[in-house]
Write a protein that binds this ligand. Structure first.
Ligand SMILES: [Ca+2]
Ligand SMILES: [Ca+2]
Ligand SMILES: [Ca+2]
Length: 155
């Protein structure tokens, strides 16, 4: 199971984005970007496996340095069309860290398991989506993020 609990340190860099300094890893203007996110789901009874695929794209300058990058996946349940509104339900987080990318495109694929109980936040179906966050942790760089398409689950 690849799911882990979000650490306090992680909350700090993820949530305090307003305090993040904009020091960048590459003064030339091309910085890390998150490629399109593919989110798939398979179901076996009350167990669900989400597969998330995406790439992080780097400038050559970022590849040439010994930077450590962090990326994090947050799974959400959308409540944007619910009658009582409010923010989306924050389901769970996966954090990954890696050092020194070898090329300008690094591909990632994770499988994250969840039970129907964990996913069921409301009457009727659930609308699951994921968001990938990334930053250069060596330079405490700006946090970037990208959203996946939405999956409708009958849970
Ligand atoms: Ca919902
Ligand atoms: Ca909900
Ligand atoms: Ca439900």
């Amino acid at each position: 199971m690849m799911r882990i609990v979000l650490t306090v340190a992680t909350v700090d860099w993820l949530l305090n984005t307003g305090a993040v300094t904009l020091r960048q890893s590459n003064k030339e203007g091309a910085y890390m970007q998150i490629g399109p996110i593919e989110l798939l789901v398979s179901q076996d009874g009350t167990n669900f496996d989400f597969t998330i695929n995406y790439s992080l794209n780097f400038s050559q300058t970022e590849v040439d340095q010994n930077f450590v990058f962090e990326h994090q996946i947050v799974f959400w349940e959308s409540d944007s069309d619910e009658p009582f509104g409010g923010g989306d339900d924050d389901l769970f987080h996966v954090q990954r860290e890696f050092s020194d990318p070898d090329s300008t495109v690094e591909r990632f694929s994770f499988i994250v398991g969840a039970t129907a109980d964990e996913l069921d936040t409301e009457l009727g179906g659930e609308e699951i989506w994921a968001e990938v966050y990334a930053r250069n942790s060596t330079t405490a760089g700006q946090v970037i993020s990208r959203k996946s398409p939405l999956l409708n689950l009958a849970v």
